[in-house]
Design a protein around this ligand. Sequence first.
Ligand code: ATP
Ligand code: MG
Length: 410
Amino acid sequence: MEIRTIRGVEDIIPPESEKFEKIVETFKSVVRLYGFKKVILPTFEDVTLFTRSVGETTDIVQKEMYIFEDRGGRKIALRPEGTASAVRAYIQHGVHAKEPFTKWFYIGPMFRYERPQAGRNRQFYQAGCEIFGIANPGIDAELIKMAETILKKLNIKYTLEINSIGCEKCRPDYKKKLIEYLSSKRESLCEDCKNRLERNPLRVLDCKNENCKKVAENAPFITDYLCNECKTHFEKVREILESLNVNFSVNPFMVRGLDYYTKTVFEFKSKELGAQSTVLAGGRYDNLIKELGGPKTPALGFAMGIERVMLLLKNNEKNRSGVFIATFGEKAYTEGLKIAEILREKGIYTEIDHRQGSFKSQFKTANRLNMRYVIIIGDEEVENGFYSFKCLETGKQEKIESLAELIARI
Ligand code: ATP
Ligand code: MG
């Protein structure tokens, strides 16, 4: 029997994986300009970490987590997201006591038992950033600007939505109003939302059910209930975003799918992705570190869905690069292997045809690999000490006398 990947889990093989690498490299190159350092976190954790941070009434905890008991009887969860682990590590290693503020990034697989569709997998990759220790709304705007720069560098078209979902001071008032409103529409809500209405009415605003979405359209705006602190914070974020030339719209119904957010939340979306439209999302979570046992520390972050960004990357014509060595005859082959090593030592991508096929088949391979140059070596060339050198881009072929000259040309 042929064994295949599990439903909702994907291999990413070349050339698709080249896109994955490009996204990761772009992400890293941008976040390093802002001082983010890589944190490497485990893919499985004590299940309580996620129930306590992501929230008991969220879809993630209620239906999407991969949970198992290990041989020692521990309750384990494959991580559904990265923030909880980053916060746990921040507390566990006492980082707050060592530095006034901390900027971390992570890249890795996340696991959620969801209905697989385009852009929705059960194992998927996120590249994310977390900032601990900064309360100033300026950093919210800067983080959003940085996320925008990543998407721009990848040539992705997006729209940005932001919102403020308040804090522990103002949210209770809003919750009350929301429960009043939702209770009057109770019959139209899905079973999940009926059940979580009283405990966590904000979840209804994030429900993917069509009827719940309709009910949500007429719900009261959270932005009308913000306390002065949250209101000023939100105003400042918008003001700085404008001064940084970031285009955005305020979506008063955006609450995100995780319970730990406070104040600023944001989502970068793409129309090209259909229902799975969010490519990058995040927000502030000023209470989470305290809730997980650390000192009260303001924090914020985001995560980008790498597979979703991959769906948006065009298969743009790749530039030719590298050197292909075509050899004919035993002596030429041995010489070719030596030259290949010399070129690689110089940092030049080099392939040699080990199958030693015909002239035609070697050129065909060079074209398939999208190489830029071909060096042709036959036994005659070895004996007389020259190389034939062809540029596949221009079609020009010439004789070259020495290796030094060859390297200079490339
Ligand atoms: P959605 O509303 O699409 O379910 P979410 O609110 O659950 O997204 P987050 O938990 O904020 O998403 O994760 C951040 C990003 O990770 C998302 O914007 C998306 O790009 C990506 N992502 C989330 N879940 C999946 C998944 N099952 N498959 C692929 N990518 C995902
Ligand atoms: Mg989700």
